[in-house]
Design a protein around this ligand. Structure first.
Ligand code: NAP
Length: 249
């Protein structure tokens, strides 16, 4: 596992947006960021799940979160501009984005891959985080120390048969991370951009991809959080354009 021991107040007063915050790794990250002091903005498509995370955060006495319902499959540029306006109105700035929401899609050959499904996976996994980042960069620039994390995969670093649009979308996330990191690597150095490959993690997505696998052999989302905390907090200041593995020492 990535080794990092976060100080208790690592994310104190930070405003952090987590996409796909209702389930799996996004849910764990939202709760963990809140535990370390952040005000978390929970974005996702299933409001009931976001509300459950909201209640968990409130019950634990962490900073009051916010909910932004958004289905990234159908959302257009205007919807992301609206997200930016509501974050600006409520918080005035943004200190972090965890681009976590994604769809797996079919595991089949490219020869068999259906074009509408291809478009859907690329929309949710690539175009949506692009539009969201574009809309939110001005708010990140207002932070003294901002971090953007893109979520990759082992099939976003090396292509593998049958992983189709999902694999291609994860390569695209690595590319977007590198392009953006280079563009934001200015004199202020206040916005860093990196990627994380969570590695095999006990979530619904993993279970869909590997239905025959015994899930207990994979770490829980909570267990892979050290890398996420490191990249979101100031201990990674100055680190940008790099690809991380949450489960590598
Ligand atoms: P998950 O349990 O399926 O959670 C994915 C989250 O994304 C859910 O909250 C889901 O919302 C949300 N989402 C999906 N489509 C959306 C849309 N159109 N609009 C808004 N939100 C949407 O998956 P996970 O395993 O936690 O995966 C989290 C990230 O890690 C993904 O980027 C995934 O590719 C990556 N990853 C996971 C593993 C692994 O082993 N688990 C390995 C490598 C990479 P709903 O709850 O409403 O469905």
């Amino acid at each position: 596992m990535f080794e990092y021991h976060a100080p208790k107040d690592l994310l104190q007063d930070k405003k952090i947006l987590v996409t796909g915050a209702g389930d799996g790794i996004g849910r764990a990250a939202a709760l963990m960021f809140a535990q370390y002091g952040a005000t978390v903005i929970l974005l996702g498509r299933t409001v009931s799940k976001l509300e459950t995370v909201y209640d968990d955060i409130e019950d634990k006495g962490y900073a009051k979160p916010a909910i932004i319902p958004l289905n990234m499959e159908g959302a257009a540029e205007k919807d992301y501009d609206d997200v930016a306006v509501s974050i600006e109105n409520e918080f005035g700035k943004l200190d972090g984005i965890l681009h976590n929401a994604a769809l797996l899609g079919s595991l089949t050959t490219l020869e068999q891959y259906e074009v509408p499904e291809w478009n859907k996976i690329l929309q949710v996994n690539v175009t949506a985080p692009f539009m969201m980042t574009k809309a939110l960069i001005p708010l990140l620039r207002l932070s003294e120390d901002a971090s953007i994390i893109f979520t990759s995969s082992s099939v976003g670093r090396k292509g593998r048969a049958f992983w189709g649009a999902y694999s291609v979308s994860k390569f695209a996330n690595e590319g977007m991370m590198q392009v953006l990191a280079d563009e934001l690597d200015d004199d202020q150095h206040n916005v860093r951009v990196n990627s994380i490959n969570p590695g095999a993690t006990r979530t619904n997505m993993r279970a869909s991809a590997y239905p025959a696998e015994n899930p207990v052999h994979n770490p829980t989302p909570e267990e892979i959080m050290p890398a996420y905390l490191y990249l979101m907090g100031e201990d990674s200041k100055g680190v940008t354009g790099k690809a991380f593995d949450a489960q590598t020492k």
